[in-house]
Structure formats: structure tokens, C-alpha cells
Design a protein around this ligand. Sequence first.
Ligand code: GAL
Length: 590
Amino acid sequence: MQFIYLNARKLLLNNIVSSRKIPPAYYINVHMILKKVKAFSLILLAIGCYFLPASSMFIKPDKDDGLALTPPMGWNSWNIFQADINQAKIEETADAMVSSGMRDAGYNYLVIDDGWMAEQRNSDGQLCGDPQKFPLGMKSLGDYIHSKGLKFGLYECRGYLTCQKLPGSYYHEEQDMKTFAFWGVDYVKLDGCYAERNKRPSDVDLSIYSEAIKKSGRPMVLSISDFGNGSWAWGAKDFTHLWRTSYDIRPNMESIFYCANTSGGNGVIDSAFNGLWQFAGPGHWNDPDMLEVGNLTSVIQDKLHFSLWCMLAAPLMAGNDLREMPDSIRNILTAKEVIAVDQDPRGFQGYKVFDNGKQQVYNKPLSAGTTAVLLLNMDKENADVTVHWDQIGLHGSQKVRDLWKETDLGYFNNFFVAKNLPQYGNLLIKVGTPGGKMIAGPQPVPVEKYTVTRDGTTWLSDIYYLMKQGDAPVKDKNFKGKEISIAGIQYKKGLNCQTSSRIMYSLNGKADRFQAVVGIDDAYRGDAPAQFKVYNGDYFGGQVLFDSGKLGKDSAMKVDVDVKEVKYILLTVDGKNVEADWADAKVIAK
Ligand code: GAL
């Protein structure tokens, strides 16, 4: 095998990999040969793996590695192609990134998502490109991408399998990052499927990857996908450059607003935070998922989606087919002054200053004297949307520029109105005087409001949770606005959750015990059971400290667990639309 591998490498690398000028017909031939001669695929597999260098220069940069100082921009294969990818599609996309002006507009990462790898690692345990899809191997593909002045991104997963059930990196972390480095990878998208089986909390898992990347000797942006399980809360910024805040985006407006609301609204955090803005900044970004611009049903929707992502300082990873992109879409994705809002070096994520469920106004303080404001209408009826200068830290007469039209609109006193916006219509403006005094942003929520800092008792309903999935818990009341009540006993404090729900609290290693009484609220009329669990850490690999099993109505169970040294706890309740209580939920510190 080793012999075949060595000779195959010599023969084929000399003749194939070194030459980039292969006529397209060659690929077709390779595919035909592959179909006919099964053994040949072994050789191609060997090429896909290539050799790793005998030694690599180890560097040990801090997480402050200077990467992703502004939100990464690029293109990713998943939203448009899913796993149906191959060498030709990727190379044509690389070409299109250049010819369409996308690269020059800042989209420099070309990221290949799930579906690129062979079903098996090779005999050395190394990952290989799928020999059918990528007959020339991943290194060769990376070379092609680099030759276009682009950077190369590749997907992996920290579980033992990827979400498409291909080989994951669990237990191969160092080896895989070394392979990636050798292939010239600049950006790793690391997924989270099956990671709960690793039995390692996310911070442990991610520290292994960040170390492995350092050891590989090649700087790589680390982008993680854990579907909004609280990366901002457990400190992903120490190990990664961007993290997902949502489940997968889909090409419809409901999904666009859901994803935007995870980062810019209260979709995944206590409403006291007004979104996740305080957890983002240069080198660490909230990621409401990749763009669907060009995949939505109208240009007005595409434009609003893009405005929102730029206001949210979101990574801008295009997800449309660049090979057949109409001008209307290219003009959106390359709109210079709109992109400049996303890429502003201050790195302040936008936040909402107004939301009545039909219209919204976002503000994003920029560098030096100006701020970006997005006014949008979600309603079917046309509407005027107003921003008052005092909502964005300004007053008096202010200069306003329309960033889509790239035209100055003049000076406006005290407020500005976007008139008669149709459904999904939006106006993106820059307010203020460029080069003027920096406009202050809002104050972040102070740490003591969302973590345990005091000795004695801290009721969880008195501090803010850092992550939620499912509906927001009701604090110190049940869903009917009455006292929490389980099996006839009433409680003044606690959380009422509609299942299924996950809530994460920071304990800061300060608390000794977590105590509560759990059960189904007496106001619930159905007969479905609920199951309560307390995790030390997050859902991925967090150790279960308490498990109630399935609890039916009219039964209460006491929880009293040791939480010494615990940084975060996750409270989960599973069941079918059951109203479940964490009555009297509190932590005790000596
Ligand atoms: C999902 C991820 C998607 C895509 C997909 C690939 O978990 O959120 O962005 O990477 O896996 O299988």
C-alpha cells in the first residue's frame, strides 16, 4: 500500500497536480476512468491526502492573533449546493468571485462546506477529499483558490461524524488541523453535530482546536457552529473568531428575521441585554448564519437581509450561485457603502432602538463621528418609520446620507422619517459628521447583573440568563400571570418554562449549591409529562448534575446539587408544550 501510495504520488503529482492548465475534458476522463477502474480511486485517494511535511514551524500566537478584526467576508457552498459540490463547481465559483467583483469588494474566503471528504480516512487516519468529487485532491484545490487571490476555507465537525455523516474530527483534532494547514487552509468552519457524545464541554473542545491550529503553524480563522447553544456566554471568544447564534438559515423572510433576532434581538438571551451586541467586537463575532441574498423571492427581500446583516456586524458569507448572478444581486452584495457599515473598524454590533413588531429601527455606532441607522418595515401595509436623534445619542441638526443610493439627503433637525416604506422596504442611512467626535454606544449590562457575585442566596429569577432556547421563561409567575404552583403548593420565586426549553446561567464558580423544586405548573391543563435536567456547563458535553426522569402532573421533586467551581449551569426541560416550573430556583454561596 505504501509502495503504491509513494509511486502514485510521484507519478500523478508530477503529471497532474503540478499542472493547473488541465483542459475541462480531462476531468470528464478522470471520472470515466474512476467509474471503470475501481483501484484507481485508491491512488486518487492518496493524492487527496498528499504528504504532510516532516516538520512544521510551531507558532504560539494568543487568541489575539489579529485575524478577523472585521467580520469575515467570503462565499460558502452550503446554502446553494448543500453536499452536491465538486472540483468544477468550486473552481468556477472561484473564477466568478474574481470576475463579478466580489473578491475586490472584500469577499476573500471561499469556504467549502460539508460533503467534500471521502467516506473513510486513509490508513494513516488522515482525511481525504472525496475522490469522485475532488479528483485532484484538496491541496490542489486550495492552490487554485489561492492562485485567484482568494483564501481557502474548509468545513469539519467536532463530533465523530459531520452532519452529513462523513468523518468528523473528534480524536483527530491535531492531525486534521495539521492536514488543513498543509493543504493551505485559511479558515475552518467547525460544526457541532454529534459533539455531545465527546463528553467535553464546548470550552474544552474548542481549546483543543485552538491549540491544534497554533501547533499547525498556519493561522486559520476558526468559525464554529453550535446552533446558538450559548457560545457568547461560555466564552467562545477566547478560542474562536465567530460563532453561530441560530439554527440553520433558510431562504425565506421568516427565517431571516428569526436569525437576525438571535443576534440583534432577544431570540437567545434575556431581554435586558437587547441582543448580543455586547459580546461582539474585533476578532470575535456573533454569526446569525450565512447569507441567502440571491436565494430569496424578491430583490427587496435580498436588500433588507443584506442591510440587517451589515448592521449586525455579521460575517458576510455569500450563499448564492455566483456563476449565474444577475446584476441586481451583484449590486446588493457589492454595495460599497453598505459593506463599509459591516466592516467598520470600530466593530460595534448594531442594536435595536425601536421595535413595535411591524417596524424596526437599528443603530450601529461607527468610527469617527457617524452612526448607521436602519429603518425597516415588515408589515404588509406601507409605513413611515422614524428615528429620533436622542435614540441614537445625537441632537440638533445632523447630516444624513443614504448608503444604498450613495447620496447625501441633507441636514435634518432632531429626527428623520423614512416615508412610505413598502413591506420589507428599508432605508439605511449614515447620520453625523465624518471625522467628528466618536458617538457613544449604549452601556453594556454590568457583570453583576448576570452572574453570581454575592455570598448567601441568589434567586435565579433576579439575575439575567445568558442563553435561552425555546420561549423566554416567565420570572416569579406562571404563564397565566399567577403564582407558580406545583402539586398545590405555591412559590413566590422561580421560573416558568414552556417546554422544550434551555436556559443558561453564569455562576462564576462562586456558588456552592443549586436548589429548586421542579414539577408541572398546576395551571397546565394537559397531561403530558416533563423531564428536568441540570447540566454543569453547556449542552455539548456538559455533565448532568440532576435528572428528574419523566415527571407527571401533581408531583414535585426537590433539586439540591453541588455546584462548587461550576462556571455555567444549563437548565433544560423537555416535553410537549408543557408548562414546567423551576420553583424557588436559587444558588447558595457561603
Ligand atoms: C449544519 C450547519 C450548516 C451546514 C450543515 C452541513 O449543522 O449549521 O451551516 O454546515 O451542517 O451539514
